[in-house]
Design a protein. Sequence first.
Length: 416
Amino acid sequence: MRRRLLALVCVSASLLTGCGVMSDSAAERRTVTVWLMQHSASQDFLDRFTEEFEREHETLDLDIRVQEWTGIGEKVQQALRDDDPDGPDVIEVGNTQVSAYAEGDGLLDLTLESMRDWGRDDWLPGLAEPGRWGSQQFGIPWYAANRVVVYRKDLFRAAGVTPPKTRDEWLETTERLDTGDTQGIYLAGQDWYTLAGFIWEEGGELATERDGVWRGALDSEAALRGMDFYRRLQRLGDGPVDADEEHPPQAGVFAEGRVAQIVAVPGLVRAIVQQNPGLEDKIGYFPVPGTEAGRPGAVFTGGSDLVVPAGTDAEDAAVEVVAALTGARWNTDLASTMNYVPNKASLADSVAGEEGLRAMAAGAARGRATPATPRWSVVEADNPIKEYMTRVLTGADPGKEAERAARRITETLAFD
């Protein structure tokens, strides 16, 4: 809720007692409306945060309203356009959504606070970079999640192998595991988020920007090397070449007990164990290997940033809320409570006690996000990357198919 104009408060109050005798606390107390997404934080966390924040900020009340992801894009855009006194002062958004909201001057520029007070240089790149539009920081990293390798410890032991440290070792290990009825890895042919990490690890990009113009980049030599690694790894299992990881859901495939590895967020293991409780003590995790030992591979980082609408008239209070939620104390509390990665590499030790989170935090240090253009969501909707992957995996010429996909991405990003 926005602050009412003091003049209006005085007019109303003067009908009874006169504005001059109104208490300072009544005149100054404000409510800060915060939109957070469903399942991002537990109710217990929100209750604890609200109680302590209001105790430390005696003139502020928090009104936290939980939103559903379905349809949230248009709802946020509408809130940024409207001058609604009951609208949000702080909003949680997906890290890759920030540019779409910043493009229309709808968000408050938080660059100064980020550099001066909040340690921007230590933020995870996969959250910090998509939170920028141009040189300005609009999205403040809140939490992250990224893919790791989920594996069967018992199958690794039976094959006489240990978690690999490099991509070459990963291929060798997976080939040894791919025997009999056991798939070395289940990797769907259109898991383009995993492919993106392989491309970034080779030094390639999905798209590049120059002088404000975006172009598809799947046809670069580096990007082609990433696709070739994906092809070599994917063939060491029976993943469908014409579907993504949700068709069928890879949790269900892994739960059947004949898969040695998948690439997924650690939270997916809950669904696996629900379907096959016997696997609970047999599952382990390691970071997606990189090209060099001792350095995890690049991965796509999902998660959320916090933004402040430019039209809020509770600006100082909104900034206080963002500072508290993204600061070390409450950020590590959220990570521990919800099994997330904290927003800074320096806070990774806070989740070091749990194997899946430890692997995820190690990978998050090399996390990336999709190209920071508002039109990337349009690319994903049509997604020529998936078609490209299927064509290569079914024997088409990689160079020609990469050129075709890059051209479609360029056309989509250039459309006005």
